[in-house]
Design a protein around this ligand. Structure first.
Ligand code: HEC
Length: 124
């Protein structure tokens, strides 16, 4: 096989992998962990995370807002689970002027609901 064709084939395969692996992986993780954390995150009367955050890794995350950074690669960016949980429990600790509601401090979510949301967004 000539080297140029081999390169094109390899690039094509990598492109297919890159375009399918992300969402497929996230969907598998969500399926394995059950819908609890996702449901809480999506529920308008609970987490309502989609009002502000896009969740590009989850195909079910429709019509998101864009006033906050997209929730992507959370495990890489928050290797410390406690730090991630603290962001959700009370975002004003990291940023006193944040628009993000303090879900734990104001008891918008219960402690166990926060744990489930953390499980879910760590899978993204
Ligand atoms: C009213 C808007 C709003 C809602 C609702 C909201 N957030 Fe946020 N969130 C923000 C903003 C704005 C930031 C950016 C940092 C800041 O200003 O505090 C943020 C930051 C974050 C971060 C850090 C992002 C990063 O890239 O480091 C995480 C994680 C996060 N939010 C998770 C959540 C989760 C989970 C929910 C739902 C339970 C949620 N947020 C609901 C507005 C919101």
């Amino acid at each position: 096989m000539n080297i140029k064709i081999a390169f094109l084939l390899a690039a094509g395969a990598a492109g297919i992998l890159a375009s399918t692996a992300g969402p497929a992986l996230a969907a598998d993780v969500v399926a394995a962990q059950g819908p609890a954390g996702r449901e809480i995150a999506f529920d308008r009367k609970k987490g309502n995370c989609l009002a502000c955050h896009a969740i590009p890794g989850d195909p079910k995350a429709e019509s998101p807002g864009n006033i906050a950074p997209p929730l992507v690669m959370i495990k890489q960016r928050y290797p410390d689970r406690a730090k991630l949980r603290a962001q959700i429990w009370d975002a004003s600790t990291a940023n006193p002027r944040t628009a993000m509601p303090p879900f734990g401090k104001h008891q918008i979510l219960t402690e166990s609901e926060i744990d489930k949301v953390v499980d879910y967004i760590q899978s993204l």
